[in-house]
Design a protein around this ligand. Structure first.
Ligand SMILES: [Zn+2]
Ligand SMILES: [Zn+2]
Length: 460
């Protein structure tokens, strides 16, 4: 139904990784240009620290690097890393965090980009600020060296690691213009850099594509479309309330004519009855409609139009396709898809950049939850995805990372059960945190709940 030609993601990744040195070379070529370029990468640490030629510590962990570079001297870079050091005989373990990187200089040579600056490193006696470090990245590997005269703990060789994934390299400032599907450069930027919520208003509105708007505030995000013949609103998050209406009215004079329910939960939809006019057409999946009917909540009006597998809504110049691809989060979960712009909205599946909400987004079914990621990546041709929370837009990379994280928890829970760990949940928590440190934020927030439901699921 929604199969479409799609560049295999593995191929795409190779292509992007391969292109980084070339992009950097452009920025730092013979003629320095003032044009800024950004890139970002994440990866793992896998390194051995030798002392007098003998392995003394095994290092593992993760890192993140993001840089905005130009030929002028206004380049910036952030670098964070977390590493565990384990003695080869397993008798000792401790950890370090690298943060607050301040870039002093950078250079590009033979496809390797080197960043010199200082960082804060946590050591036994607490954080040490302003420690000189040097970070060198090429297409597939990273190495970073800590000045051993300042901190004599990491030996004389660099710490080595792997580049797992790199993100699009695009000029940071580019006039808002379509890519091939009309998604604005500003929107693409928010797949990497969180949008700043306007503090006075309490929300921000971004035009994702021609007359398609993304509203972000109060920890929630949603989307609406001005069609020329009325506004199609998707959801009405309760914490946004009147601000959602204000966001719509500041961008268009058109009346609100339709609302689509992504699912029935009141936090995402419970402002509808308060802010929308009485004659709005409400569209919901059958199961969502049943949940709304059961709730008899005037803030969540009953559906006038319902569907089973899919539904296409065309109003004015916009077409919206709705798909029910499984109950990954609640009964009647609906994927909202704009085929022309290749924009999807999938609420409460993942939170880009951070770990899922508690117990894998309180999923009723872990198999459907994991399957949903594969369906989205393989069958739905989208470039950006509105995930419902955080201040980022998601991409297929984020969906893949969330699935990889879920798979790690599953592997670690299974392993803990198979090796009869006395406390399989804690074993799963510890292993997953050590594997994902530096790669996803909020790692500890719901880890015990993630591991608890996974151990239960595997034990059933
Ligand atoms: Zn929900
Ligand atoms: Zn939610």
């Amino acid at each position: 139904m929604i199969k479409s030609s799609l560049l295999p993601s593995a191929l795409l990744m190779v292509a992007i990784i391969g292109s980084i040195p070339a992009v950097l070379a452009q920025t730092n070529g013979d003629e320095p240009s003032a044009e800024m370029r950004t890139f970002a990468a994440i990866g793992t640490i896998s390194s051995l620290q030798l002392e007098e030629g003998t392995p003394a510590w095994i290092l593992s962990g993760g890192w993140k690097l993001r840089a905005t570079l130009s030929g002028e001297d206004d380049s910036t870079a952030t670098f964070t890393a977390a590493t565990r050091m384990v003695m080869p005989d397993g008798t000792a373990m401790h950890r370090h965090e690298f943060s607050d990187f301040a870039l002093e200089s950078w250079s590009e040579n033979n496809g390797t980009t080197t960043f010199n600056g200082t960082a804060t490193i946590t050591l036994r006696d607490g954080p040490n600020e302003g420690v000189p470090i040097s970070i060198a990245v090429n297409g597939g590997a990273i190495q970073f060296s800590v000045d051993s005269e300042v901190v004599d703990h990491f030996g004389s060789d660099p710490i080595y690691g792997v580049v797992l994934r790199t993100f699009d390299s695009k000029p940071a400032e580019e006039p808002v213009q379509g890519n091939s599907t009309g998604i604005s450069a500003e929107a693409l930027n928010y797949t990497q850099n969180p949008v700043q919520v306007n503090e006075t208003k309490g929300y921000s509105v971004v035009e994702l594509a021609d007359d398609i708007y993304w509203v972000v505030g109060s920890g929630y995000q949603t989307m609406f479309l001005a069609t020329g013949e009325g506004v199609i609103a998707i959801d009405a998050p309760q914490p946004l309330g009147e601000m959602y209406l204000q966001a719509i009215q500041e961008t268009t004079d058109e009346p609100i004519t339709h609302m689509i329910y992504s699912h029935a939960h009141p936090d995402h939809t419970g402002a509808a009855g308060q802010i929308f006019p009485a004659n709005v057409t409400y569209i919901a999946h059958n199961e969502t409609a049943a949940a709304l009917a059961n709730a008899t909540d005037s803030n969540r009006p009953a559906a006038n139009v319902t569907f089973d597998d899919s539904y296409t809504l065309s109003v004015g110049k916009h077409t919206v396709e709705l798909y029910h691809l499984g109950n990954y989060h609640s009964s009647g979960d609906t994927v909202i898809y704009l085929p022309e712009q290749k924009i999807a909205m999938v609420v409460d599946l993942l939170r880009p950049g951070i770990t899922p909400f508690r117990a894998f987004a309180v999923t009723p079914d872990i198999e459907q939850y994991m399957q949903m990621h594969e369906t989205l990546v393989e069958d739905l041709d989208f470039e950006v995805l509105v995930p419902g929370h955080t201040q980022l837009l998601a991409t297929k990379d984020h969906v893949n990372t969330n699935l990889e994280f879920t798979q790690s928890v599953m592997d670690n829970a299974r392993n803990a059960l198979e090796t009869s760990e006395p406390d399989p949940v804690q074993s799963c928590v510890d292993t997953t945190i050590s594997q994902w440190e530096g790669r996803l934020d909020n790692l500890e927030e719901y880890m015990t709940e993630h591991c608890t439901v996974m151990v239960q699921y595997l034990s059933d």
